[in-house]
Design a protein around this ligand. Structure first.
Ligand code: ACO
Length: 330
């Protein structure tokens, strides 16, 4: 009998309509299109409307993923939402998404692993499906990062954008599906990338607002070094676990933070540029959403073919990182 493996049976994404260009940012902070483009590769990003919260973006991506999988919202047993921009402190954003799409049979929770969030949530969803605890998992990564950016801080505000993506997981009688995964964290480096205010360490107060603690803080140069090293190592570990080499991989979808990071990963893995999926020129860094948005994009535009092997690799605040090898079987 063939072994059952967990597969991604549907994907969807949602990008807010409003485009914010580098030229517009030139008028907001002391920056230039030339600096942003050469240092990061970003040309423009999407910004959600004021009346849209993270769950609104996530719900739209979830509807599209369910339609792609040919399932109804009632078929979903669990919703796992990866986000660092939840609608509220609680309830969890997964519950808000559940209510919007009508997934009345699901239990719902959030996973917070910053830019690694989608891969962490995918790992949790895979485990729940693989053990038989649930039949259908809906993994959503949704971020309204514009809500936590300091629009006076040129070190961060030019880098990010809003987006959501979703994947539907079920077990199938196929050879592969999700083939291997590896995850890691290093909490000793937490202070290099954080949003300090509004939690139990620095509860919201007049002073925390005055000190701008409710915005993201990042030590970019340090994060850069760790991002490259950890994503290369995680990729090697996941490949070793899958029994594949980089030559077997058709597509590498790295977290979309910086084109220089993506190119460095490609070089150090010995992968040609033709394997690297890049869309950060259009969307910037959308935190947990980058990988699933890019996966959905190549699935829909025909680049991704049945039996292609795909390496997904992420790095984010925490620090957190992860890599997953998938054989596409749609
Ligand atoms: N426009 C113009 N100049 C700028 C800007 C800007 N928007 N931002 C910074 N600068 C200046 C700095 O002030 C600095 O000036 P100085 O030399 O006079 O001090 C100069 O540009 C160079 O700054 P660096 O920080 O050294 O620039 P670097 O080449 O490292 O690029 C960047 C910065 C883009 C942030 C890069 O370090 C990076 O991509 N880091 C990793 C980001 C990442 O991977 N994040 C992880 C995921 S995010 C998450 O988990 C939520």
């Amino acid at each position: 009998m063939k072994k059952k493996t967990v597969s991604i049976i549907g994907t969807g994404s949602y990008l807010p309509e409003r485009v914010l260009t580098n030229q517009e940012l030139e008028k907001m902070v002391d920056t230039s299109d030339e600096w942003i483009l050469t240092r990061t590769g970003i040309r423009e990003r999407r910004i959600a409307r004021e009346d849209q919260a993270t769950s609104d973006l996530g719900a739209e991506a979830a509807r599209r993923a369910l339609a792609d999988a040919g399932l109804k919202a009632e078929d979903v047993d669990v919703i796992i939402c990866a986000t660092i921009t939840p609608d509220m402190g609680f309830p969890n954003t997964g519950c808000f998404i559940q209510n919007q799409i009508g997934a009345s049979n699901a239990f719902c929770f959030d996973v917070e692993a910053a830019c690694s969030g989608f891969l962490y949530a995918l790992e949790v969803g895979r485990s729940l499906v693989e053990t038989g605890a649930v039949k259908t998992a809906l993994v959503v990564a949704a971020e309204k990062i514009s809500a936590i950016l300091d629009w006076q801080d040129r070190n961060t505000c030019v880098l990010f954008g809003d987006a959501a993506g979703a994947a539907v997981l079920q077990a199938r009688d196929v050879e592969h599906g999700i083939m291997a995964s590896t995850m890691g964290s290093d909490g000793s480096l937490a202070e290099l990338l954080m949003l300090p205010g509004g939690g139990s360490r620095y509860p919201a107060s007049e002073q925390t607002v005055k000190d701008r603690l409710h915005y993201m803080k990042m030590a970019g140069r340090e994060v850069f070094k760790h991002a490259v090293n950890n994503m290369v190592q995680a990729s090697k570990d996941a490949l070793a676990k899958s029994g594949l080499t980089i030559d077997d991989i058709r597509w590498i979808i790295p977290h979309q933070a910086n084109l220089r990071i993506i190119n460095a990963i490609g070089e150090r893995l010995g992968a040609g540029a033709d394997k690297l999926v890049v869309n950060l020129d259009k969307y910037g860094n959308t935190s947990a959403a980058t990988i699933i948005v890019a996966l959905d994009e190549i699935a829909r535009d025909g680049r991704l073919k049945k039996h292609d092997k795909v390496l997904l690799v992420a790095f984010g605040g925490g620090f957190t990182w992860g890599a997953v090898v998938v054989e596409w079987d749609k």
